[in-house]
Design a protein around this ligand. Structure first.
Ligand code: NAP
Length: 273
């Protein structure tokens, strides 16, 4: 399964495995520990967590217990969306590191440009302040790369014009029918890797008849078509599952979707979920 071993290269030269294992909504304790342990056993080498998911402690323990060299595993975590202040960002990173019990992370993201309770509100100055803390964390080598999540073009522009390090990645909601054209194009033009979260639309796409038709044609599952679609677009998929057979299925995507079928999938704008 080359999708587990192939890598994208960030603008600073750091390599990132092409598929990440999502952990949102996997509770801390045995569920997160066992899911991450199983994913690592299957061959995933990229784990996506967040302070807000509440499961960093279990993710870190599963990584440490895996016996896999730390340098072979890519760990992403995120600064809570509510933190829009330099000192609080620094403090939140220390909390994250003490929960993970790792000496560094590989990618640290601002979880969103606005607090979840006030989506769309303007926090330009707060994001710049938090980013200064992220830049220092990066420059100290405590995160090998830094980025953002849920940022649109205006959010990215206002951050980039007031700071030194251009984000290495932007993690956005990205699946068939929801491909965020403008943000994706901006990121690609500025060397920012697009990571696609909810590649299965958090499950809502799995029974879509149009995607099912294409999956049947390739003798593949809908989940595999969805994940492959991101890779065909050079977007890094972050599927989540707690079911071991699905972990393997989601990584078994060494096939190509034809140009015609990609065109059909591109045409499913806003019809999927
Ligand atoms: P997703 O990966 O789009 O879908 C997960 C759902 O699909 C679960 O219900 C899972 O069920 C099911 N599933 C997975 N593989 C399947 C398969 N092969 N066949 C059938 N069903 C399958 O969900 P997501 O959690 O929304 O997104 C993935 C990751 O993106 C998150 O875990 C998180 O790491 C990241 N994310 C980031 C943000 C952000 O703001 N940055 C927001 C949302 C998500 P089971 O688990 O029961 O198998």
């Amino acid at each position: 399964m080359t999708a587990l071993t192939d890598k994208f290269t960030l603008s600073n030269g750091v390599e990132i495995p092409k598929i990440g294992f999502g952990t949102w909504q996997i509770p801390d304790g045995a569920p997160a520990y066992e899911s991450v342990a199983e994913a690592l056993k299957i061959g995933y080498r990229h784990i996506d967590t967040a302070r807000a998911y509440g499961n960093e402690a279990s993710v870190g323990r599963a990584v440490r217990d895996s016996g896999i060299p730390r340098d072979d595993i890519f760990i992403t975590t995120k600064l809570p969306a509510e933190v829009k202040d330099y000192d609080e960002a620094k403090a939140s990173f220390e909390t994250t590191m003490s929960l993970l019990e790792l000496d560094r992370v590989d990618l640290y993201l601002i979880h969103a440009p606005w607090p979840w309770s006030d989506m769309g509100s303007d926090h330009r100055d707060g994001n710049v302040a938090a980013w200064k803390a992220m830049e220092e964390i990066y420059q100290a080598g405590r995160s090998r790369s830094i980025g953002v999540s849920n940022f649109d073009v205006a959010d990215l522009e206002s951050l980039i014009e007031s700071t030194d390090v251009v984000p290495h990645a932007n993690q956005i909601r990205w699946f068939i029918g929801n491909t965020q054209h403008d943000t994706t194009a901006y990121c690609k033009a500025n060397g920012i890797l697009v990571e696609g979260y909810s590649p299965l639309a958090t499950g809502a796409i799995l029974h879509n008849p149009d995607v099912t038709r294409i999956a049947d044609k390739y003798h593949r599952s809908v989940a595999q078509i969805c994940i492959r679609y991101l890779l065909e677009n050079n977007v890094l998929p972050l599927p989540k599952t707690t079911t071991p057979s699905r972990m393997a299925e989601n990584a078994d995507v060494d096939f190509e979707i034809s140009g015609d079928d990609l065109g059909t999938l591109d045409g499913l704008v806003d019809t999927v979920a």
